[in-house]
Design a binder for this molecule. Structure first.
Ligand SMILES: [Zn+2]
Length: 387
């Protein structure tokens, strides 16, 4: 059975131990005692080194803890070092989670159902959906207040039958390890925590997301919160710089710019349609009627918009006895429009032609369009359409 040193002292980062068992030719070792935390309860494993060999993974095997190493290690006495930057970061996030979950539970009756600590951010899932942003902001404010009160965070061991006032009933039997935040919370937990709330540092909530029956809250504590705020500030500063405006004025400026862009796009489309109308009329005038008195225009566009093409076709076939067939290379598509007196059902003709080319499409008797699998098929198609 491995003695778990981190149960009693989360700040122990260098220790001596004895290798009591090994597998994989010495690349997985079992120690008589360890301060390396194994992945469990939402908190990832510690890294570091054992007699100079890097620790790659730490796995809880109930009675024993397995240390997976980068290379083989001989049996005997070893000196161990826990990567303190990684561990302390985990302690900040994990204790921050206890605090945040306690505040959400106490003040807002929002209960934490799960916790995940990732490399960039941590999340808790709260029971139920539809939690609004203001509630979460208020919880963030209150949690940070408790951080600045620097309340003690203590480790106690108590028998499950005697443990009172736990935030969440524990399913474990026997002795429980209880983490308490002064005057606020008692939770059964095997993780590593800071010794006072002040060490959590600032708590920053970022994202609320509905996940199935729960609401996922993303948060950052301490060093992570500061790094994230710095990255946010840099990104926003770049936006502000491109507007040559103070940062606080950029949301309104961005909104105004979007409105302007939308209006400009609307005006552009209106003009495009007007031009298309003139183009359709001019084309009609320039197209001599065939022996049957029908004016037929066919064209092939390498690039352009189907929308503009439709407008030209509409204007062309608004005149008497007219048939307009056009193709667009990318995406490979085809259009057929006819005047009411041309005696051609555009939808029907296009559908028949497309079925032989393996394309898809349809429309009304006056205007139809479709697409074909490849542009090479278009040329043959348009000839058949114009008849
Ligand atoms: Zn914990």
């Amino acid at each position: 059975m491995t003695e778990r040193l981190y149960y009693h002292d989360s700040y122990l980062r260098a220790f001596a131990a004895e290798v009591v068992d090994a597998t994989g030719g010495g690349t997985t070792v079992y120690l008589d005692r360890t301060a390396f935390y194994p992945t469990s309860g939402g908190q990832p494993f510690d890294t570091g080194s054992i007699s100079g060999v890097a620790v790659r993974d730490v796995v809880d095997e109930d009675d024993r803890i397995a240390h997976h190493l980068a290379g083989p290690l001989p049996a005997g006495r070893v000196e161990c070092t826990v990567d303190w930057r990684r561990r302390f970061d985990h302690m900040q996030q994990h204790t921050g989670q206890h605090l945040l979950s306690a505040v959400l539970s106490e003040q807002f009756a929002l209960h934490t159902v799960s916790f995940h600590l990732g490399p960039d951010s941590a999340t808790i899932d709260l029971e139920g959906g539809g939690i609004d942003g203001r509630t979460i902001e208020e919880a963030e404010r209150r949690a940070n207040e408790i951080v600045s009160e620097n309340r003690p965070v203590r480790i106690e061991f108590q028998h499950a039958a005697e443990a009172q006032g736990l935030r969440k009933a524990s399913e474990r039997e026997g002795t429980l390890r209880i983490i308490s935040i002064g005057g606020l919370d008692r939770s059964a937990c095997g993780g590593t925590h800071v010794r006072a709330t002040g060490e959590i540092g600032v708590i920053l909530i970022r994202k609320l997301e509905k996940v199935r029956q729960a609401t996922r809250v993303e948060f950052l504590c301490g060093g992570r919160a500061v790094r994230r705020a710095r990255a946010d500030f840099s990104a926003l500063s770049q936006v502000a710089q491109s507007f040559s405006a103070p940062l606080d004025e950029t949301p309104a400026l961005v909104a105004a710019q979007l409105e302007t862009a939308k209006a400009a796009e609307k005006a552009r489309r209106k003009l495009e349609l007007e031009v298309a109308t003139y183009e359709g009329e001019a084309l009609y005038d320039a197209t001599p009627p065939g022996p049957d008195g029908i004016r037929r225009h066919t064209c092939h566009l390498v690039s352009g918009s189907m929308e503009a093409l439709r407008a030209v076709a509409q204007s062309f076939t608004a005149q008497p006895r007219a048939v307009f067939a056009a193709t667009l290379e990318s995406p490979a598509s085809i259009l057929l429009a006819t005047s009411a007196d041309a005696g051609v059902d555009a939808g029907q003709v296009l559908k028949n032609a497309l079925s032989t080319a393996g394309g898809r499409g349809g429309g009304t008797a006056r205007m139809a369009q479709g697409s074909v699998p490849e542009a090479a098929l278009l040329k043959d198609l348009v000839g058949r359409l114009a008849g």
